[in-house]
Ligand binder design. Structure first.
Ligand SMILES: Cc1ncc(COP(=O)(O)O)c(C=O)c1O
Length: 489
């Protein structure tokens, strides 16, 4: 295989060059049938390859030609046995992973702080989640990964689980001991599914944490679009065959995918794979250099703290992606949300995310020295403006015990519900999510029994000024619960 080739992208261009008369969709026919301003903005080059699964362009649902060749090259580049392209984002790839291993009623071990696509897949498949609490970091008010000890305990208690889902690395770039976790789960024949939304690049540089495929995981849903240079919405699902068959993954992926797959998105995956396979190491070397430099300069600014590897203090935090700049602003007496708005309004800078204590800025091969300069200069100015403010009080982030699951999330989703006062909801089954930020961990999910401890916890958080979100009633006076069936007399 030759990683310099782009079979799909090149095949599309060759097809376009033959200029066939098109009596098929898309009806804009190379842009001629669309709004003129949008056409000239997007450009005829892009529109000429906005095509569909006609001969000889292959079909994502049954790849046998140029899509298959592009996926095979991607599998080689990512160290997988099979790679499947997704134009339904990493969400689509995550749902495919879970639905490939779980039948209705099957157990799946998942951390409590999962992305909504995991919960969606649990509802679609009818699986029963067995939750593990992620480790919390009081210094930054964020959650990390799960410990191998927690995985060992969960596998021993639920050896019949059909899968273990791990988020690796986290949004903040922290990795657990994935290799150890994989070894533990494999001793129980439990496949490991990795949410690698924030880690497409880590496979390509030895200073970055181990990728899912390097650690021996069975599947990984990997956002090429987030950090790997492809167009938004395009992702891959990598598979190491053994516990999960590629035929099963292909058929579930196909069930969850549009039949009108965007060839622009698919071609961008083919080209991004080439870029990563050939230049990945050198691109990451330069990105790491820029990020290290940014971190050093940020840490010289009074009131700003951007942690490096000292964030790694436990078994849930064994490796770190330095291209993620977690910038703690609590010493300035400001919240991360305030700083996000200040940067937008005063410096025309947009950050990746903000929370109570931090902003997160990501450095990628798309950044240059000047971009880092702008961020450092702006935060330096902010620090001077707020030098006389008191440090934000550190609220201890804690989470209550995980409630008992009385109904599967799917049963709860399809049950009839009623709205009652939250203070009277003890013992009832929640039909809603209730989350607290930080650290973005649910207090209840649909199907769990509401306890007095949980209601008190919600009130404590509201009093402490932490955002508690999720229920339809954002005043948190009322909550939707599963309607109780009354016995007939
Ligand atoms: C941890 C995590 N998993 C999965 C996803 C879903 O990725 P996508 O937006 O590509 O569907 C995200 C998106 O932000 C995420 O942060």
């Amino acid at each position: 295989m030759n990683q310099h080739e782009t079979p799909l992208f090149t095949g599309l261009k060759k097809h376009r060059d033959r200029k066939p008369v098109q009596f098929h969709i898309p009806g804009h026919k190379g842009g001629k049938g669309m709004d003129e301003e949008f056409r000239s903005f997007i450009g005829d080059q892009s529109l000429s390859i906005d095509l569909i699964n006609i001969e000889p362009l292959d079909d994502l649902h049954h790849p046998q030609g140029m899509i298959k060749q592009a996926q095979d090259l991607a599998a080689e580049a990512f160290g997988a046995d099979y790679t499947f392209f997704s134009v339904q984002g990493t969400s689509g790839a995550i749902m495919t992973m879970i639905m490939s291993v779980c039948h209705p009623g099957d157990k799946i071990i998942v951390p409590r702080n999962v992305h909504k696509s995991v919960t969606t897949a649990i509802i679609f498949s009818g699986a029963k989640p067995v939750f593990i609490h992620p480790e919390l970091d009081d210094r930054f008010g964020i959650s990390h990964g799960i410990t191998s000890e927690a995985v060992q305990k969960a596998c021993e208690a639920h050896p019949d689980a059909k899968g273990l889902l791990v988020i690796n690395p986290t949004y903040f770039g922290v990795s657990a001991d994935l290799k150890k976790i994989v070894n533990i789960a494999h001793r129980f024949d439990i496949p490991v599914l990795v949410d690698e939304a924030h880690g497409v690049h880590i496979h390509f540089h030895e200073r970055l944490p181990l990728s899912a495929m390097q650690a021996g995981a069975d599947m990984a849903a990997t956002s090429v679009h987030k950090l790997g240079g492809s167009l938004t919405q395009s992702s891959v699902l990598n598979l190491r065959e053994g516990l999960v068959s590629h035929e099963r993954v292909q058929s579930i992926l196909s069930m969850l995918h549009t039949t009108s797959t965007s060839y622009l998105l698919l071609a961008s995956l083919d080209a991004a794979r080439r870029h990563l396979a050939i230049h990945g190491r050198e691109l990451m070397e330069e990105t790491l250099r820029l990020a290290d430099h940014a971190r050093r300069r940020l840490n010289e600014i009074p009131g700003i703290y951007c942690p490096g590897s000292e964030i790694l203090t436990s078994d849930a935090t064994v490796d770190f992606d330095p291209t993620k700049l977690i910038i703690s602003v609590k010493k300035l007496g400001l919240s991360g949300y305030d700083v996000e708005v200040w940067l937008r309004e005063k410096a025309n800078i947009e950050v990746e995310l903000s929370d109570l204590y931090n902003i997160l800025c990501i450095v990628t091969p798309g950044d240059r020295e000047e971009d880092i300069d702008e961020l450092v200069t702006a935060l330096d100015k902010l620090s001077k403006e707020y030098s006389d403010k008191e440090e934000t009080e550190n609220i201890r982030v804690k989470v209550p015990d995980i409630p008992v699951l009385a109904l599967s999330p799917r049963e709860a989703f399809y049950s009839s519900t009623e709205t009652i006062l939250l203070k009277e909801a003890v013992g009832r089954i929640s039909a809603e999510f209730v989350m607290v930020y930080p650290p973005g961990i649910p207090i209840f999910i649909p199907g769990e029994i509401i306890t007095r401890e949980n209601i008190d916890y919600i009130h404590d958080n509201v009093e402490a000024g932490l955002p508690v979100q999720g229920p339809e009633d954002d005043t948190l006076e009322t909550i939707q619960v599963i309607r109780e069936q009354r016995a007939f007399k």
